[in-house]
Ligand binder design. Structure first.
Ligand SMILES: Nc1ncnc2c1ncn2[C@@H]1O[C@H](COP(=O)(O)OP(=O)(O)OP(=O)(O)O)[C@@H](O)[C@H]1O
Length: 653
């Protein structure tokens, strides 16, 4: 028997991108691009570079001063000069640390600015990506790019370059002094360097890999958590809590394993480095001590040498660390830029033009970009032109729209075929005309192609064959932005964001005033339903519409669409069962919302299908029947069969 699949908690297998390299050699193109982001904050960057160069000289200068005080006034018993020496040392220390404060601050601010810029670019880019992208790329993967990868870049931007300069300066200065003081001892010191570098290289590489694995496993934990909280109803409904908790425990155990591996490597590296330097200090003590005992070298000089040996070695470890961070940041930067550079599967044809908009509006359309708050509320019904004559394939009863004006668009499918993967068509030779202001109901078994038709109307995808026309213009020649400004969607899941009901409705037209929002709600005849909530339209909505009944959620989405005042409405009717009173409220609100607009409804309620001007019955991607509800019943074909089954199932008639 196959293993049982958990509900609302997907067991995440390793994905191809998990095998992306953890580190990547330094690449000039990536570095230049990251520096380009710093370029936007040039004043801060330049100040930081100046402070960094100064600090790389100040630190060795402090050590040099201390060593001179020891080797000079202290060794020669000159208390007055010792005092002056200490005062100079303190003065230099205060200046150095004062500058260090600004260096730290500027580095953090620069890192923050670059990270903010990158994240907002990524977010804006993601907002523009088409549906196909989100079908393909895992949620957790996107989260990981915007969070942990950008965080790694932050470390590189604010630390690697600037810390690297300071440490390198310190090393060079220390090496020069040691060479000058005792070149033989310096050669001994130099022998230690490769050993330290090798240890560093080996362990830092392992640390980077462990750290990346820990990051990735954490992104699996967060993505799974988000998914399982979203699907908590399903989980509880199917009593899968224990199973899911077990799977989540496995993910956590996985994450702990990587963290422990990271801690273990670090726990070996740090003592090993310490032991190594202590070993070499012993060698220096033997050699230096012997020289002092022979009277070849002054003890003050030996102390000076030791101080500078410390200055020479401590950067080695830091530089190794920074180098590894740079390699990890290279890999992160490559992934982030890959996402930023990801091209949509298709883009608007450069020759595409805006879809002319006959609605009264406040602003002008400019190259596919509309200004917010550009539309006035629709004119009162009485002021609109009379309804168009019968325009669908069959004479229909449109009395419920009788006071409306069809300012809706005309949508036509001409022999349309479509496949998400062009090799597997899910729509075949679909043709129909939706005349302005008419309501098209899409019915059919699951997977028959209803949502795919809607996806094509919304230009979320392009047809594989045939043509989709809006107001007589092929959809490829229309800019997506102008089409979407004339199109409203009410989805089955009624997605609401956390905030207030008012904010959620205002999403339909961000510039709308509170009064306009209220007007939209009133026109739908559902103001009393919201007024009854504590706070009325200002009632708080929890994440994903929490705190609202399913009827209220649907009405809020209707009001949102009403406010946007679209010419085409796409409605994927909610399947959730609601009581008869709410059903009646929804139907009358829907009639107001759809009035005059061309609408496509994936209909789940018989009461909606009955109102449709044209019902398209789909089966395996083909339109197998079309007509009005009554005519289709009379034909006694596929639709009649669906209808009988629906009635037996106790649907909302
Ligand atoms: N994003 C996608 N990528 C690949 N195939 C898809 C995608 N969405 C849908 N399909 C496939 O396309 C076919 C038609 O699906 P579609 O969603 O249009 O059906 P539907 O009639 O809306 O179904 P339902 O009533 O269950 O929502 C199905 O075989 C489905 O598996």
């Amino acid at each position: 028997m196959p293993p049982r699949r958990p509900l609302a908690l997907v067991h995440r297998e390793r994905e191809p991108e998990d095998d992306d390299p953890v580190i990547k050699p330094l690449e000039w193109g990536l570095i230049r691009r990251l520096f380009g982001y710093m370029g936007r904050f040039a004043a801060k960057r330049n100040a930081l570079i100046a402070l960094t160069l100064l600090r790389s000289a100040q630190l060795p200068a402090l050590v040099w001063l201390a060593s001179r005080i020891i080797a000079g006034p202290i060794a020669n018993h000159e208390p007055r000069w010792v005092l002056w020496g200490v005062v100079s040392y303190l003065a230099l220390a205060v200046v150095t640390d004062g500058m260090f404060h600004f260096r730290q601050r500027f580095a953090l601010e620069l890192g923050e600015s670059v990270v903010g810029l990158l994240r907002s670019e990524l977010f804006a880019h993601l907002q523009r990506m088409p549906m196909a992208f989100f079908n393909r790329v895992k949620f957790g993967r996107i989260i990981s790019r915007v969070t942990s990868d950008v965080e790694t870049i932050r470390t590189a931007v604010q630390d690697v370059f600037f810390v690297g300069i300071v440490q390198l300066g310190q090393m060079l200065f220390a090496a020069a002094v040691m060479l000058w003081v005792d070149w033989v001892l310096f050669l001994v010191v130099l022998c230690m360097a490769p050993v330290l570098a090798l240890i560093n290289h080996h362990f830092r590489g392992k640390l980077s890999r462990d750290s990346r694995a820990a990051q990735e496993s954490f992104s699996r934990v967060t993505a799974t958590l988000a998914e399982s909280v979203g699907g908590i109803r399903v989980t509880q409904g199917f009593v899968r809590q224990d199973l899911n908790a077990g799977l989540f425990r496995n993910l956590l155990a996985d994450h702990s394993r990587y963290n422990i591996a990271l801690a273990r490597t670090s726990a070996v590296l740090v003592p090993l480095l310490e032991l190594n330097s202590q070993f070499f200090v012993s060698i220096l003590l033997v050699l230096g001590g012997w020289q002092v005992l022979q009277g070849q070298v002054d003890v003050g000089v030996l102390i000076q040498f030791f101080l500078f040996a410390g200055q020479f070695f401590s950067p080695l470890q830091v530089l190794g660390n920074q180098y590894n961070q740079a390699l990890v940041a290279m890999a992160s930067a490559e992934r982030v830029f890959r996402l930023l550079d990801a091209k949509p599967d298709w883009e608007d044809d450069p020759a595409a033009a805006d879809l002319p908009d006959p609605r009264p509006r406040r602003g002008e359309v400019t190259s596919g970009k509309y200004q917010e708050d550009e539309y006035e509320s629709p004119p009162p019904a009485a002021a609109r032109p009379p309804p168009a004559s019968s325009s669908c394939h069959l004479p229909l009863d449109t009395s419920h729209f009788s006071t409306s004006a069809p300012f809706g668009a005309e949508v036509e499918f001409r022999h349309v075929s479509f496949g998400y993967d062009p090799a597997h068509l899910v729509l075949r030779d679909v043709s129909f005309v939706a005349k302005p202001g008419r309501m098209i109901a899409l019915v059919g078994h699951t997977g028959s192609g209803k949502s795919s038709i809607i996806n094509l109307v919304a230009k979320f995808y392009l047809p594989t064959g045939g043509e989709v026309l809006v107001d007589g213009r092929e959809i490829r020649t229309i800019t997506s932005a102008s089409l979407h400004h004339q199109l409203g969607m009410v989805q089955q899941q009624n997605f609401l964001f956390s905030g207030t009901v008012l904010d959620n409705i205002r999403l339909g037209r961000p510039g709308a005033t509170d009064a306009e929002v209220r007007d939209a709600v009133e026109r739908l005849g559902c103001a009393d339903m919201f007024d009854a909530m504590p706070g009325g339209l200002l009632a708080t909505v929890g994440e994903r519409g929490g705190g609202l009944s399913s009827g209220q959620r649907q009405l809020a989405c209707f009001a949102r669409a009403m406010l946007a005042d679209p010419r085409i409405i796409i409605l994927d009717e909610a399947t959730s069962a609601i009581d008869a009173v709410t059903e009646a409220r929804l139907q009358s609100a829907l009639a107001v919302l759809l009035r005059g607009r061309t609408s496509f409804v994936v209909a789940h309620r018989l009461s909606t299908i009955r109102e449709a001007d044209l019902v398209l019955v789909l089966d395996a991607g083909r339109v197998v029947e079309r007509g009005a509800h009554a005519d289709l019943l009379y034909q006694n074909g596929e639709y009649a069969r669906l209808h009988r089954r629906f009635m037996r199932g106790g649907g909302n008639a």
